[in-house]
Design a protein around this ligand. Structure first.
Ligand code: SF4
Ligand code: SF4
Length: 429
């Protein structure tokens, strides 16, 4: 067993209100400069929706010449000349239109405009070309200007057209905050011909060496989550750095620190490095979640503690792992799930899936819906968080529902149902 430590994050999607405080805090700290205008190391997507960049979940679109081989993403095999050719052309990747052309407004015109019948309007101006522009699309377009087409184009919903029939009263919307997942099997690292992207030994943070990057851009199509960006000014790749200078000073990432919904939990996980390849190569996509749980180690187990010490994992990291809310949410309670585990990069940012709105049914006086009868279709959530395995998501949602029921009983003095009473544990730390 080769034990490693990994900084990880869990986001509770029930609490995200899509305010973008996290995105703006991150932008101001890390990408507030020329060449990086369009980049959001942290973005918050409207779901269902086309995402940012558009259709990033459509892996066929960004094929990019990569394949999974022996648990690792590698350049597709072929003749030597074919492989050389692939090194010299940029595999298919998103263009500016797939992100959006960032803009500002000519506020000056509000002040200089002549007196007219109508109020003056500040016209949009491109932050890249500095010219006037017509805004045609932007992140979260579906929120308030969607024509329905962008929602219909959501790749997951399209794939499930037969399974999900949506009536007007069934419509739903939710938010999905996304950062780089600092994967255990990072495709961006595997793809970089210069070896400029690396996974830090001490905490698993994935970084791009700005000195080492030669601008090949293979990392961009290789990352199935499209979380590497190209700086058009410096010609280097950039990505979320998990705020490592803050982590090194005992602070959480800026998105976690500023989150209005307090929905981000950070912590340390311990995992068995020797089993990473095996987990990534799990033949059944729907089982990858279980394979990843297998490689996460119990930080309270004396054998794990002993082995971690031998590996040189510092005592304060071990303590952090033992008190980690992330470990509890992921492995102990099994309510946090990985986003698109089927991409096989073993992402280390996990999500507590959202419960649909709690409704009261007149006829039965029922406050809590059934897992299989929620407004957000289970099949849709399973595409996002269960690699198609509805059982994995249903298990998580059922626990969330049970938790609500217990809390309601505790508040109202009603008796906690017998099947749950034995499991109620009060955590104090
Ligand atoms: Fe690399 Fe993408 Fe994974 Fe981040 S999410 S570590 S950029 S493969
Ligand atoms: Fe969601 Fe928190 Fe970001 Fe607001 S700050 S959009 S609540 S993740």
């Amino acid at each position: 067993m080769k034990i490693k430590a990994q900084i990880s994050m869990v986001m509770n999607l029930d609490k995200c209100i899509g305010c973008h405080t996290c995105s703006i805090a991150c932008k101001n700290v890390w990408t507030n400069r020329q060449g990086a205008e369009y980049m959001y190391f942290n973005n918050v997507e409207t779901k269902p929706g086309t995402g940012y960049p558009k259709h990033w979940e459509n892996q066929a679109k960004w094929k990019g010449g990569w394949e999974l081989k022996d648990g690792k993403l590698q350049l597709r095999s072929g003749s030597k000349s074919e492989r050389l050719l692939k090194l010299f052309y940029h595999p298919e990747q998103p263009e500016m239109d797939d992100y959006y052309e960032p803009w500002t407004y000519d506020y000056e015109s509000l002040l200089s405009s002549k007196r007219k019948k109508h109020q003056p309007v500040a016209r949009p101006r491109s932050l890249i070309t500095q010219k006037r522009m017509e805004i045609k699309w932007g992140p979260n377009w579906e929120d308030d200007l969607a024509d329905g087409e962008s929602v219909r184009q959501d790749i997951n919903l399209k794939n499930m057209a037969g399974e999900i029939t949506m009536e007007f009263h069934d419509l739903f919307m939710k938010y999905l905050p996304r950062v780089c997942n600092h994967c255990l099997n990072p495709a961006c690292v595997a793809a970089c011909p210069s070896g400029a992207i690396y996974k830090r030994e001490e905490d698993g943070v994935v970084l791009v060496s700005q000195d080492g990057c030669r601008g090949w851009r293979h990392c961009i199509p290789a990352c199935p989550y499209k979380k590497v960006y190209f700086n058009w000014k410096t010609n280097k790749a950039e990505k979320c750095i998990f705020c490592f200078p803050r982590l090194e000073n005992g602070l959480p990432t800026i998105c976690t620190d500023t989150c209005v919904g307090r929905l981000r939990y950070m912590g340390v996980l311990l995992y068995d490095m020797d089993k990473v390849k095996e987990a990534a190569s799990e033949p059944e996509a729907g089982n990858i979640y279980h394979s990843v749980l297998d490689i996460l180690l119990d930080p309270h187990d004396p054998a794990v503690i002993e082995a971690a010490r031998k590996e040189g994992i510092p005592a304060n990291w071990l303590e952090a792992a033992q008190h980690s809310p992330v470990y509890r949410l992921i492995k102990e309670w099994k309510i946090a799930l990985p986003l698109h585990a089927e991409y096989r990069t073993l992402p280390m940012v996990w999500y507590v899936p959202p419960l649909s709105p709690i409704t009261r049914r007149m006829e039965a006086d029922v406050y809590l819906p059934e897992v299989h009868d929620m407004r957000i279709p289970l099949a849709y959530l399973a595409e996002l968080f269960g690699a198609g395995n509805t059982g994995v998501v249903a298990q998580s949602l059922q626990k969330l529902l049970d938790m609500r029921l217990v809390m309601r009983c505790q508040e109202t003095g009603e008796e906690i149902p017998q099947r749950l009473a034995e499991d109620v544990v009060v955590y104090k730390d």
